[in-house]
Design a protein around this ligand. Structure first.
Ligand code: SF4
Length: 267
């Protein structure tokens, strides 16, 4: 694996890597201390709002290839933590991702992971991996809406029954490492009813909700919320009595923001 290109914005630095067999994946250095790495070449989940899974999955990355994205940059960047939240669905490559988490931990790094929970066998392994934070990307509570948003998915009932099972054996500090990710899309998952169902789910599991903003992806006809609408959704959830965080500027940056990484960037 080698770095073949670097792109910079005032907030983020994006690196394009080429694997030995000629595939390209990307990592983003953000917040001046964290590296968001890819776990697969492409993605089998094919979320409607995301550029990374547009053409499905090409292949899994090995643990070494996931780790190498950090290793090739560590001398140049002050990396303190890694987010396995770039291209790919970590649950769909769980064995290699768990090995990569262990490699990162050996370097003294904090490691967080984002997953939709697909497939459930992989999700079970990730829940129990030595991560420092796991975000479950929910994006809609109604199964009908989830089917529209995800190309493939497991039902929320299945995902959260696994979480429930694990929480019975986990310490309270470990339980606090789990949160819900929810990407707001205008007219799709932002109604009062949607937010109420989301708030109730988070309350039941005492999880924080990370509200994410939609970043435009070419060829996708979806719209994000205005800042005002976004804040209104935040306040609505706070009213229900759950902890909520908002996407920071780094995650909303056109360069390297959530959902914008691709395996097809021209170099
Ligand atoms: S958001 Fe994540 S799971 Fe969905 S297609 Fe993109 S990389 Fe895959």
């Amino acid at each position: 694996m080698r770095v073949i290109r670097e792109l910079k914005s005032p907030l983020n630095r994006l690196f394009v890597f080429e694997t030995e067999d000629g595939y390209r994946v990307e990592s983003v250095f953000y917040k001046g201390e964290r590296l968001c790495v890819s776990s697969q070449v492409g993605c089998p989940v094919r979320c409607l709002f995301c550029a990374s899974g547009k053409n499905g999955l090409k292949r899994n990355l090995t643990a070494e290839e996931i780790f190498e994205q950090y290793e090739l940059l560590k001398r140049e960047l002050p990396i303190k933590g890694v987010a396995i939240a770039g291209i790919g669905e970590p649950s769909a490559n769980a064995d290699e991702v768990v090995k990569a988490i262990e490699l990162f931990k050996r370097e003294g790094l904090k490691v967080t992971v984002s997953t939709t929970g697909y497939p459930i066998e992989g999700f079970k392994k990730l829940i129990r991996a030595p991560h420092d934070g796991l975000t479950i990307s929910v994006h809609a509570v109604s199964e009908e809406k989830r089917k529209r948003l995800f190309g493939v998915s497991v039902s929320l009932e299945q995902v959260f029954s696994e979480v429930e099972e694990y929480f019975k054996e986990a310490s309270s500090s470990r339980r606090k490492k789990f949160q819900i990710g929810y990407l707001l899309i205008k007219g799709v998952n932002d109604s009062e009813e949607d937010l109420k169902a989301l708030g109730e789910l988070a309350k039941r599991f005492r999880m924080t909700i990370m509200l994410m903003a939609y970043n435009p992806v070419s060829g996708v006809e979806l719209e994000g919320l205005t800042d005002e609408e976004y804040e209104k959704a935040f306040l609505k959830l706070r009213e229900i009595g759950v902890r909520v965080t908002l996407s920071n500027r780094f995650r909303r940056d056109p360069l390297g923001g959530c959902g914008t990484l691709t395996i097809g960037r021209e170099v």
